[in-house]
Structure formats: C-alpha cells, structure tokens
Ligand binder design. Structure first.
Ligand code: NAD
Length: 313
C-alpha cells in the first residue's frame, strides 16, 4: 500500500483525480495537485494539512520544491464533449504536458504513471482488446485529438524510460463513472442519470447497439494505485468486463432510478467505436486487481450520492 509518500497528481481536480487524491490522503500521503481547471468544472478539494494545490498548466515548465516519490499524470480533457471543444489543448496536454510531467519525475527520480485510455484501441477490430493489440485509429478522425494525443503520450512515456531511465507505468483506463462526475460532462452515465432523475427522455446516439464496459471509479483508483506501486511499464488495461449495449444501460438506468423517462434516438456520433471490452488478464495476474463493483451496484451508488462535482466519497 502506498503510504507516507509524496505524490504529485496532475489533473487532481478532475473526476478520477479527486477520488485518487482523497484515497491517497486517507492512506497518509502528502499530495501535490497540479491543475489548471480547464475541465474540472470548478471543483475544489477540502482543505487538508497534507494537500497542496498548484494552479498550473502541465504544458508549461513545472517546478516542485522538496522531494517527490511519484508523479501521476491525469491532466487531459477526457470527455468527448470536452476534447471536441478543446482539440488543441487536448493534443498539447498529451504531448507537451506528458513531457513536462515526465521531466518533473526525472528531476526528482520519482516513479511515473500515465493515465492512458482504451481509446488508444480506436474502433477495435478484435474483442476483447488486450494490451498487445495496436488499435484501429483514424489519425484525422473526429476523436483523433484525444486518441492520438494518448498514443503519443504512451510513446513519450516509454521513450523517457528507455532514454532517461525514468521508472514509468502506463494504465489504459476504460470508461469510468461514479459520484462526482459533472452531470453536463457529456459522458453517457451522468447524462442518462441526469435525464432519468429529471424525467427527461434518455437520448441515445445511434441505435444503441454499441457496447461498452463501465468501471466504477473506486475500482479504477484501486487499479491505478496498484499499477503505481508495481512500478513496471505495462501497459495495463483497467476496466470492468461486464459488456452492455448503450440501450441496455439506458434501460438499467431507468429501472434503477424508478424513472418514468422514455428513450429517444438521435443521429449516431461519427467515429463512435462499436465495441470496447478489456482483456484484463495482465492486471489480474500481475497486480491481483479485479473490478469489484457491478454495473447495477455502481449506478445505485452514483445515484445515491447525487450527481454533482462536490460528491466525492
Ligand atoms: P476530467 O476532465 O474530469 O479531469 C481531468 C483534469 O485535468 C481536470 O481537472 C482538468 O482541469 C485537468 N487538466 C486538463 N488539461 C490540463 C493542463 N494542461 N494542465 C493542468 N491540468 C489540466 O477527466 P477524468 O475523467 O478525471 O480523466 C482523468 C484522466 O484519465 C484523463 O487523462 C483521461 O484521459 C483518463 N481517462 C479517463 C477515463 C474515464 O472514463 N473517466 C477513461 C480513460 C482515460
């Protein structure tokens, strides 16, 4: 267990970052958050004697006083709405932001963890996707600013390991949801929950047959900590394996929330992958990690917490 360490969390005001920060603080670590607030939705973290927050952009040179044991890089727009609105910021975060955070880790001889994504697999031609699959990505497609930024970020990360000896790890995170997501963040779980609780129709883009595996945020955070502690490069897929179609997710959300909402279909989104399912054998075997929260349990927990950015833990 990571304890009594000093951990820099870039992107620590974001959805996953804020959960990771509270877990690190609970485990008696000192935490330095670096975040420029671009997609944090104005989230603040409770004051804590072991928490420092720097309002800084990872695409600028970074300087942290004192020793650092680990650098975790989560700083990037992550929802399709955000990265579509912020294509240049997303590419710069993946490219320059990854290099600046790697330089920080190199200077402090700290372990480094890159939060990569299942989007590196693009619209996959094999399912489930294991870490050996190189992906099917359109370099100029509507999601390319995110997919290619993360692919470049992975390449930059292994280059710092090979050429500068930085101890790096890469986690490929699959769709993660849970308390504290912005209801307007555009990702499907908060969108459906927000619509269902207000009695509005749940909007599905396309026929709803495309599938995803949704991972509850505490499982993702546990996986990230295990990758960080393990310290090997990976990459490690982190995702639940319960595959559901978007239509099934909509029905489940209506069912669990007891909503009277209907379901409406809108035009499909260009570039939306048809399927996404992780092969997690590497994480299971090397990290002993398994997602513990089922989709229906996770939807209930998210619903009970109330949506909204303050609702972490
Ligand atoms: P988020 O948008 O809630 O959090 C990202 C945080 O990074 C925000 O607080 C934002 O202000 C900050 N940030 C962005 N650009 C920055 C910059 N240039 N300098 C400093 N801070 C910056 O997103 P999230 O869902 O918490 O995702 C966190 C990370 O995990 C991202 O790197 C994302 O790509 C990755 N990831 C998330 C998911 C998911 O389903 N949530 C899936 C795969 C990968």
């Amino acid at each position: 267990m990571i304890s009594e360490k000093r951990v820099v969390v870039a992107g620590g005001l974001g959805f996953i970052g804020s959960h990771l920060v509270s877990r690190l603080l609970r485990q008696d670590n000192d935490v330095v958050v670096i975040d420029n607030g671009i997609t944090s939705g104005g989230r603040t973290l409770d004051r804590h004697s072991r928490l420092e927050i720097a309002d800084a952009d990872v695409t600028m040179p970074l300087w942290i006083e004192g020793h650092v044991d680990y650098v975790v890089n989560l700083a990037s727009p992550a929802s399709p709405e955000d990265y579509t609105a912020l294509p240049l910021e997303t590419l710069r975060a993946g490219a320059i932001g990854t290099e600046e955070t790697l330089k920080l880790a190199a200077r402090h001889e700290a372990g480094y963890l890159l939060a990569s994504t299942s989007e590196v697999y693009g619209d996959p031609l094999v399912t489930p996707q294991n870490e050996g699959y190189w992906g099917n990505v359109d370099p100029i497609g509507p999601r390319s600013m995110y997919d290619e930024a993360k692919r470049f970020a992975e390449a930059m990360t292994v280059a710092y390991s090979r050429s500068k000896g930085v101890r790096v790890s890469i986690a490929r995170i699959f769709n993660t949801y849970g308390p504290g997501m912005r209801s307007t963040d555009g990702r499907v779980v908060p969108t459906f929950l927000s619509q269902a609780t207000r009695g509005l129709p749940l909007t599905i883009h396309g026929d709803g047959s495309h599938t995803r595996c949704y991972t509850y945020v505490t499982d993702t955070v546990e996986g990230l900590l295990r990758v960080l502690e393990h310290g090997t490069t990976g990459p490690f897929n982190l995702g639940a394996t319960e595959e559901v179609s978007v239509l099934e997710l909509a029905r489940l959300t209506i069912d669990i929330s007891g909503s009277t909402s209907s379901i409406v279909h809108r035009a499909g989104r260009p570039g939306d992958p048809r399927t996404r399912k992780p092969d997690i054998r590497v994480a299971q075997e090397e990290l002993g990690w398994n997602p513990l929260i089922s989709l229906s349990e996770g939807i209930k927990l998210t619903l009970d917490s109330g949506l909204g950015i303050a609702a972490v833990d």
